[in-house]
Each structure stands twice: as structure tokens, then as C-alpha cells.
Design a protein around this ligand. Structure first.
Ligand SMILES: NC(=O)C1=CN([C@@H]2O[C@H](COP(=O)(O)OP(=O)(O)OC[C@H]3O[C@@H](n4cnc5c(N)ncnc54)[C@H](O)[C@@H]3O)[C@@H](O)[C@H]2O)C=CC1
Ligand SMILES: O=C(O)CCC(=O)C(=O)O
Length: 485
């Protein structure tokens, strides 16, 4: 290991090694012989320094005008745009998705920053008529204080950005703990904030183990808000820890998203959406299509078209322009996906394609799994109920729309859902009856727009919404002002 390969924590405006003296390697899931670099394996003492710095910085940061905070975010956006190629490549090496996807996501990070930079100039309250005609009553908003940001590895730029940018524009200071797998990408993002000249302590990065640093954020008495994306298990622990000490929390967790293909659907477009929504990023999106509910009259035609095209998808390293799908992001994720595939077979589903790891010599050193399609799936099977977070699609037939919507709703999650149909009555029924935070018609289940609210129903979220103007609800508190001479 050379010193150049070690990425540091960023605390109080300075890059610093962890007090533990320990580092963890970040490896390329497409080729585990490729070590991307080393990141700090921090502990509670490092977190303490970061929280103290954020706490000291919060008074001056909240006193700046929204426009002044916005100016900083515009500068960060320009720097991220200038470094797009390097950051996208780092993301690809740490996480495995294709370079095109990584570039698209980094560009999305730039757009998120610009959107929230503009928010600094928009209204933050309402005038409400008082019953006292000599008084004025209005609302304003104040920041929470220090916000803890805990992020996963599947969107290493977009998710940190859609949490940090609104936190900052509304006047909070930030301590971020990214997933260990993508901590180098996070360090490169934070370097953009440093170069933009954010005052020391306004943004702090501490890398390390989830339970130690993430758990430490959840429990820390000086962190007033926690925003998390990741698994349901960890999300619930964070929610409980935050609730027990009265902190605000926001959780975005799993999905088990259905795509309904009606009898009048454009089947070619529906197949394209199933493949793109289900298998891009190797199925590692909380919005990924996981169950495809297809009308019996078009089931066989749809299945044939789908399987023919899935078999053509080229697996490989994301740095190869001919690669369509990269590996799973880490070994544990690959093993989880394989265990779900085995469970599907054990419970009686029929494997139509995929179902294992590729035998090709050049793919042996990565965490690859063939894109997999099952049919003969019933709603009670594990693969129809649990989030797999991998390239696995389950086909389920239906006979009428009410049955399709019941099947689609028959899971504990409610993040996103799609239907392919031309029938307006069916579309209206789907919009009304589908229990999901995001419903999409004639479009894939994945792909959210940064200017619109995003979040799930049921077990998919803490019922809050992120992104767009909805973000203000989490990152601020309303203050009602009654003013009389
Ligand atoms: N909703 C989504 O976008 C995501 C969902 N997942 C789901 O979670 C499964 C497991 O993936 P993981 O990476 O293990 O997710 P995870 O929930 O363990 O990790 C998400 C973040 O939480 C942190 N963390 C882990 N344990 C913690 C704890 N005890 N307290 C506080 N923070 C903690 C991690 O370090 C990471 O920064 C996936 O198979 C998938 O089903 C994973 C990543 C993203
Ligand atoms: O579909 C998207 O663009 C966002 C997905 C997402 O938020 C996630 O997987 O955590």
C-alpha cells in the first residue's frame, strides 16, 4: 500500500486520517484484483470530531442568506461537472455499473446541486390571516442543525447529493457516512465542496463500518436529523434509535416493484421497460422491476420476447463499451442473489434463463450473475415477496385488472409500480388503487426525476418524501410567527 492510495476523512475543513490508524480496501467488483484504494476505517472518536465541527459551524452557516448558500452549491456543481469523467470512472470501479450509467448518474448529481442552489432563492413560508386584524401571522422555516447522512452503494453520487444538497441549502451542516464500498467516490464528491470553499465544519465525511459510524450517527445527541437510504433492517434500527432520543429521521428502504403488462400493451415497449427497469445496474435499485404481472392472453408472446432479449445481454466489466450489465456490487450481494435464485428453484418456480455465475474466464474474478428470468411464480413464493436487489425477474400471469393490482399490491413494500396499457379506464384504476409512492404509466419502474417528490408507501419508507421541493419538509422545521406592534 502506498500513501497516495489512501483516502482520508474530511473533518472541520481538513483531510485527516482516522485516529484508529486503520484503513479498509475498496475493491473493484468487476475484477477483485483491482484495488481502487484504501479508505479510513474510523471509529466513534473520529465521528465525535466531525459532529463537534458540524456543531460549531452551524450557527454561522444558518445565518447566511439562502442565495449565499446557493452560490456555494453552484460552485460545487461546476466543479463536479469538470470532474465528471474521473468521478464516474471511480464510481464504476468501486461499484461495478457501466461507465455510461456512472456518467449519467454524475450528471444527475450536477443537476441536483443546481436545482437546490436555486432553492436558496425560493419562498420558505406563507402569510396566514390572523383573527387579530392588527397582527400579522406568517410561517418561516429554520434548519434542524446538524444532519447525519447515511448512504448506500447503489447510487454513490445521486443519493448523497439528493440528501446533502437540500440539507445544506436549508441551512444545516452535514456529517456523511457513505457505504464503505463507495467511499472513494464520496471522498471525491466532498473534495468538490472543499474546492468550492465551504466554511470548515459545514460538511464532514467519516468513512467506516456501518454499525460503528452509522449507528453512532443514529445515537449521537448533537445530530438533530438523520437521512438514510438502505436496507429495511438497518433503516428500522436507525428509526428506533432516532425516535428514542427525539431526533427527526427519514428512511428510504426496499422495494418489490411490479410491472403490469395489460392485454393491450405495446409488448415491445413493455419488454424494453422490463429489461431496463429490472436489470440495469444489475437490478440494484430500490425502484428496480422485480415482478412482471402479465395478462394471460399475451403471456406467452411476452415471455418469449423477454427471454430472447435477456439472453442477448452482454455481461462484463463496466469499462468495456460493449458491456450491457456489470457485476453485483460486492460478494455478499452476489451470494444473496444466488441464494434467492436457489430458493426460487426449491419453491417450484421454473428457470427460463440465467440462474448462475458465468463460466467465462475473464469474468471469474468478478461478482457476476447471469440475468435471470423465472416463470411459474406464485405470489406466496420468497422470490415474489422479498427484495432480491439483483438481476432476477419473476413472471406472474393474471386474467383481469383487479387481479393484477391485487397481485401487484400483495407485498410489504410500496415504492414504485408501472403499467403498460392504452386503456384510460385501466390507467385511472391503476393510479387510484396501486399502493406505491411512484406510479408510472407506459414507462419503467426505475428512474426518478430530481424535481419531483420520491418515497414509498408501506414498508418502503418512513412515509416521508425526498427530492424536489418535498425535501424542505424534512430538512427544516416550521416556525409560526405572530407579530404585533
Ligand atoms: N433502498 C436502497 O436503495 C438500498 C437497499 N439495499 C438493500 O439492503 C440489502 C443489504 O445491503 P447493504 O449494503 O448491507 O445495506 P445496509 O442497509 O446495511 O447499508 C446502507 C448504509 O447503512 C450503513 N449501515 C449498516 N449497518 C448500519 C447500522 N447498524 N447502523 C447505521 N448504519 C448502518 C451502511 O454502512 C451503509 O452506509 C440489499 O440487498 C438491498 O436489499 C441496499 C442498498 C440500497
Ligand atoms: O430509480 C432511481 O433513479 C432511484 C433509485 C433509488 O433511489 C435507489 O435505488 O435507492
Amino acid at each position: 500500500m502506498t500513501i497516495e492510495q489512501a483516502y482520508l476523512n474530511y473533518i472541520d475543513g481538513k483531510w485527516s486520517p482516522s485516529l484508529t490508524g486503520r484503513v479498509t480496501e475498496s475493491i473493484n467488483p468487476a475484477n477483485t484484483n483491482d484495488i481502487v484504494g484504501y479508505v479510513q476505517n474510523s471509529d466513534e472518536a473520529d465521528l465525535e470530531l466531525a459532529v463537534s465541527a458540524a456543531n460549531r459551524a452551524k450557527g454561522a452557516w444558518r445565518k447566511l442568506s439562502g442565495a449565499a448558500r446557493g452560490d456555494y452549491l453552484f460552485k460545487v456543481a461546476n466543479l463536479l461537472e469538470a470532474k465528471l469523467a474521473d468521478i464516474a470512472e471511480t464510481m464504476m470501479r468501486e461499484m461495478g455499473k457501466t461507465l455510461a450509467e456512472c456518467k449519467g448518474e454524475t450528471a444527475r448529481g450536477v443537476a441536483i446541486l443546481r436545482y437546490y442552489a436555486g432553492e436558496g432563492m425560493r419562498k420558505i413560508g406563507d402569510v396566514i390571516p390572523s383573527t387579530d386584524n392588527e397582527a400579522m401571522m406568517f410561517t418561516t422555516r429554520v434548519p434542524l442543525g446538524v444532519v447525519g447522512v447515511i448512504t448506500p452503494w447503489n447510487f454513490p453520487v445521486a443519493i448523497p447529493m439528493w440528501k446533502m444538497a437540500p440539507a445544506l441549502i436549508y441551512g444545516n451542516t452535514v456529517v456523511i457516512k457513505p457505504a464503505i464500498e463507495t467511499s472513494i467516490t464520496a471522498a471525491k464528491l466532498i473534495a468538490c465542496f472543499e474546492e468550492a470553499g465551504l466554511p470548515p465544519g459545514v460538511i464532514n465525511l467519516v468513512t467506516g463500518d456501518g454499525a460503528v459510524i452509522g449507528g453512532g450517527i443514529a445515537r449521537h445527541p448533537d445530530i438533530q436529523g438523520i437521512t438514510f437510504t438502505g436496507s429495511n433492517k438497518v433503516g428500522k434500527q436507525i428509526g428506533q434509535a432516532a425516535l428514542s432520543r427525539g431526533a427527526k429521521y427519514q428512511l428510504e428502504m426496499g422495494g418489490k416493484n411490479p410491472l403490469i403488462v395489460a392485454e393491450d400493451a405495446n409488448l415491445d415497449l413493455a419488454v424494453e421497460a422490463a429489461i431496463s427497469g429490472g436489470l440495469k445496474s444489475t437490478g440494484q435499485k430500490c425502484t428496480a422491476t422485480s415482478r412482471i404481472v402479465v395478462h394471460a392472453s399475451v403471456y406467452e408472446t411476452f415471455r418469449t420476447k423477454l427471454v430472447d432479449q435477456v439472453k442477448q445481454l452482454k455481461l462484463g466489466n463496466g469499462n468495456d463499451a460493449t458491456t450491457w450489465m456489470g457485476p453485483c456490487a460486492n460478494e455478499k450481494q452476489r451470494d444473496t442473489v444466488l441464494s434467492y435464485i436457489n430458493k426460487g428453484i426449491e419453491e417450484g418456480a421454473s428457470l427460463l434463463c440465467g440462474g448462475g455465475v458465468p463460466a467465462d474466464e475473464e469474468l471469474k474474478s468478478g461478482y457476476y450473475v447471469h440475468p435471470t428470468v423465472f416463470d411459474g411464480v406464485t405470489s406466496n413464493m420468497t422470490i415474489a415477496q422479498e427484495e432480491i436487489f439483483g438481476p432476477v425477474l419473476a413472471l406472474i400471469p393474471f386474467n383481469n385488472l383487479q387481479e393484477a393490482i391485487s397481485l401487484a399490491n400483495d407485498v410489504e413494500y410500496g415504492l414504485s409500480a408501472s403499467i403498460f396499457t392504452q386503456n384510460i379506464a385501466n390507467i385511472l384504476t391503476f393510479i387510484a388503487d396501486m399502493d406505491a409512492g411512484l406510479v408510472r404509466i407506459n414507462a419503467e419502474t426505475a428512474g426518478v426525476e430530481l424535481q419531483a417528490p420520491f418515497g414509498g408507501m408501506k414498508q418502503s419508507s418512513s412515509h416521508s418524501r425526498e427530492q424536489g421541493q418535498a425535501a424542505i419538509e424534512f430538512f427544516t422545521s416550521i416556525k409560526t410567527v405572530f407579530l404585533k406592534a
